[in-house]
Write a new protein. Structure first.
Length: 359
């Protein structure tokens, strides 16, 4: 759980330092006053990245040159960790228990956090990248060495794409030997990513289906399709077949970075044919399944951040979410403009007004 959080110059938030307790903390206030910013700050100090932007510099207050976050988290065994992040325009400094790191992602997994927000519908209706990121984040929670695997794959992919772009532009790109060496590395790493994703999908698919049925009050069976799991030989042949097209486009046209996940009900795509309610229920089910997987695989109850999710849900779905949250018995931060929209009572209340916190 997150025991304390302090910040300076994070988005529109005024300087504060808070201590939190187990249970449900309700964060209320008018839209635009900083509720989501507070959740983002909590997520960032716990996970080392934001759920709203890839670039932490975006979270620096417009009138400041940097922001500072400090937090203390507690593990299930009672151990405590102290973390700090300072982000400026040109540098990021991170500390975890006094040790310095170059990347904020060094905090990843220290206090697992799962965020549920209205924007999660993009997991269903948005680009394939959203669904790939969803799987890859869970892979990193599942096994820490998957972080290195994904990082290596992306690095080799970038190098191979650069070779293809330079070759297309007629720039010296290191010769054919470099191309074949990068392709060989890409194939090896891609197979490992596919194997890891395939194993993850076997675990996550039934969890998503169970939560979907609870939220939608439905007996419909949701099918989760991720069929990409090629062998090294099969992927090598696929790249050979795309050899001319890749050189003409200057980019790698096949691999885990191009994959997608498909959800179907009655053999119809939820993304293309699902109602707003079905898509929203599926998105929430994906996030709740992520929390369930983290707890079962890592032995840690993740912190739940609920960012104004109840206003757009009917009473049945609000009730289902409330029951699931209560049963999880984990630390929860629920942001809402109206306390009466919440289907449960809080253990602590914070009112946000123009970036100021009032307990």
């Amino acid at each position: 759980m997150l025991l304390s959080l302090s910040q300076e110059n994070f988005r529109n938030l005024k300087r504060f330092s808070f201590e939190f307790s187990q249970g449900i903390t309700v964060i209320s206030g008018q839209n635009g006053h900083g509720k989501t910013n507070l959740l983002e700050a909590a997520h960032t100090i716990c996970q080392g990245f934001s759920f709203r932007t890839r670039n932490l510099q975006d979270a620096i207050n417009w009138n400041s040159e940097n922001f500072i976050l400090r937090g203390i988290t507690a593990g299930t065994d009672g151990s405590k960790s102290e973390s700090a992040i300072q982000v400026a325009k040109d540098i990021t400094k991170v500390k975890l228990n006094g040790k310095e790191f170059r990347r904020a992602t060094a905090l990843f997994g220290n206090a697992p956090t799962v965020t549920l927000s209205p924007e999660d519908i993009e997991l269903v209706r948005g680009s394939p990248e959203n669904r790939r990121n969803y799987l890859d984040e869970l892979l990193c929670h599942q096994k820490k060495n998957n972080i290195d695997l994904l990082r290596k794959y992306r690095r080799v992919l970038q190098q191979r794409n650069k070779w293809l772009r330079d070759n297309l532009a007629g720039i010296d790109c290191g010769g054919e030997d470099l191309y074949f060496a990068l392709t060989e590395q890409l194939v090896s790493l891609a197979v490992q990513v596919w194997n890891a994703r395939a194993e993850l999908c076997k675990i996550i698919a039934p969890l998503i289906n169970d939560f979907y049925r609870q939220l939608a009050s439905s007996t419909e069976f949701l099918t989760f399709l991720y069929n990409k799991n090629l062998s090294a030989e099969e992927f090598s042949k696929a790249l050979t077949a795309k050899f001319a097209a890749e050189r003409a486009s200057g980019s790698t046209l096949a691999g885990p970075h191009k994959d997608d996940v498909e959800f179907t009900l009655h053999n119809h795509s939820v993304r293309e044919n699902g109602s707003q309610g079905q898509c929203r229920s599926l998105a929430l089910a994906m996030r709740l399944a992520a929390a369930e997987l983290i707890e079962s695989e890592c032995g840690i109850k993740p912190i739940l951040l609920l960012d104004d999710i109840f206003a757009e849900l009917d009473s049945s779905r609000r009730g289902a979410i409330a029951e699931i949250v209560r049963n999880k018995q984990c630390q929860v931060f629920a942001a809402t403009p109206r306390k009466e929209d919440l289907p449960f009572t809080g253990d602590c209340y914070i009112d946000v007004r123009d970036g100021c916190m009032i307990v």
